[in-house]
Design a protein around this ligand. Structure first.
Ligand SMILES: Cc1ncc(COP(=O)(O)O)c(C=O)c1O
Length: 436
């Protein structure tokens, strides 16, 4: 076979030179496995990128896409609509608790975040409080790569190259590494009071200037950071008491990852806006969605009936192909019980995660639902190198993992069976035990 030219494609979040010197190319995927260009199988330990929650090549999804492509390829997103947008929004709202009933479509997690931040600021203006413009994020937060999300985000490497970012943003402290929380099974006991950082921000900036707080209920990209027990509840209360909107970024926790449809259901804490993407279409076609409380939508619905209420949207918002895909995905999730299946495997998963505790390089283990974080002691003078070696060795051994910093993250498709879990952790044990 002719050797492929790898020069032109500038790969995202990738060590381009390293990759191109020894490329890892995927040829096809089915169920729990990728098949590589050389014919080897790779167990998908991270659902693609936390998105293929139903696994790969699912017939309902493939069929939905085929059918839609031959019927309606595109419909204008502005001042026009099509049936599937409305059907999808209604079905999605049915999985959200409370009054999170209004759904705005985007094309990615990053766009969902930008949309939610803009909604929050515009809501306050429509509500007669245009002075509420400040946005509060959290250290180590990841909210995508666009300017708003990057600004409220708190991962230094993602921010440092891009100048002064969006003004009027502040950050809560992160909840990683709180003493006494090491090797917690599920939610850690200590640190609910870290939510009181918001009170500090209110004292500094005054509540009347703050539009919204955005957090991931469980942070994935910065290395699987769980909320301490009571933390999210406290954040909710402080926001409510001070007229501040609370945004949950559920781009990775949405669609069954924790054993409930959303983290909103799992934690029983209701924010005002919820950002989603990834599992919405099983990663197959790009799409995101923002859920808003009814009162937010209603606040915009004033003025002349022929006036646009929210000057925001994307050419591909509610794209027919994406909607059809998402409907096929929801069918699959519902028929296979995938939005709650993680809860039936969570105990087994937890046991396997924490069985790695005796390994010399392991300094912390974290888990919730079908998520695991395995934190390795950084190699002296070479942070991230040890985890990246683990990634390469796992790949050679037939397991796809993801690493961030020195933490290995696992978030498999929710169709995973115990034998796959056994393979993943047996493989990791051998690899971590033999790392330099
Ligand atoms: C919490 C969170 N928000 C936003 C994003 C960005 O999503 P996307 O890559 O689809 O823009 C991610 C991606 O991992 C995420 O984990």
């Amino acid at each position: 076979m002719k050797k492929q030219n790898l020069d032109n494609y500038w790969m995202p979040f990738t060590a381009n030179r390293q990759f191109k010197s020894n490329p890892r190319l995927v040829e096809s995927a089915d169920g729990m496995y990728f098949t590589l260009a050389d014919g080897r199988k790779l167990l998908d330990g991270i659902a693609g990128l936390w998105c293929c929650n139903a696994g790969h090549n699912r017939p309902r999804i493939v069929e939905a896409i085929r059918e839609q492509a031959g019927k309606l390829d595109y419909a204008p997103a502005f001042q026009m609509g099509h049936h599937k947008q409305f059907e999808l929004a209604e079905r999605l709202a049915g999985h959200m608790p409370g009054d999170l009933n209004k759904v705005f479509f985007t094309n990615s997690g990053s766009e969902s975040v930008e949309t939610a931040l803009k909604m929050a600021i515009a809501y306050h203006r429509a509500n007669g409080e245009g002075h509420r413009t400040r946005l509060i994020g959290r250290e180590k937060g990841y909210h995508g790569v666009n300017f708003g999300g990057m600004s409220v985000g708190g991962m230094p490497a993602n921010r440092k190259m891009f100048g002064s970012l969006v003004a009027g943003v502040d950050h809560l402290r992160h909840t990683h590494g709180i003493e006494g929380n090491e090797f917690s099974k599920g939610l850690p006991e200590n640190g609910a009071e870290y939510a009181n950082d918001l009170i500090r921000m209110i004292e500094l900036h005054d509540a009347s200037t703050i539009a919204a707080v955005i957090v991931e209920p469980l942070a994935g990209s910065a290395g699987v950071i769980l909320p301490p027990k009571g933390y999210l509840e406290r954040l909710r209360k402080i926001c409510t008491d001070n007229g501040i909107l609370l945004i949950f970024d559920e781009v990775i926790t949405g669609f069954g990852r924790l054993g409930a449809p959303f983290a909103v259901n799992y934690f029983g804490v209701e924010p005002d806006l919820v950002t989603t993407a990834k599992g919405l279409t099983n990663g197959v076609v790009p799409m995101g969605a923002v859920f808003a409380q009814d009162f937010i939508y209603d606040t915009f619905m004033t003025g002349p009936a022929n006036a646009v209420e929210f000057f925001h949207g994307y050419t591909y918002s509610g794209n027919p192909m994406a909607c059809a895909t998402a409907l096929g995905v929801l069918d699959t999730y519902e028929e296979d019980g995938l939005l709650t299946r993680a809860s039936t495997l969570a105990d087994y998963w937890q046991e396997k995660v924490h069985a790695l505790r005796d390994l010399e390089h392991v300094i912390d283990l974290r888990n919730l639902g079908l998520i695991a974080g395995i934190e390795l002691r950084p190699r002296e003078g070479a942070p991230t190198a040890r985890a990246f070696d683990a990634f390469l060795q796992a790949y050679d051994a037939g397991l796809l993992i993801r690493t961030t910093g020195d933490t290995i993250a696992l978030s498999p498709p929710l169709i995973i069976e115990k034998e796959h879990i056994d393979f993943a952790f047996d493989t990791l044990r051998k690899i971590i035990a033999n790392l330099d």
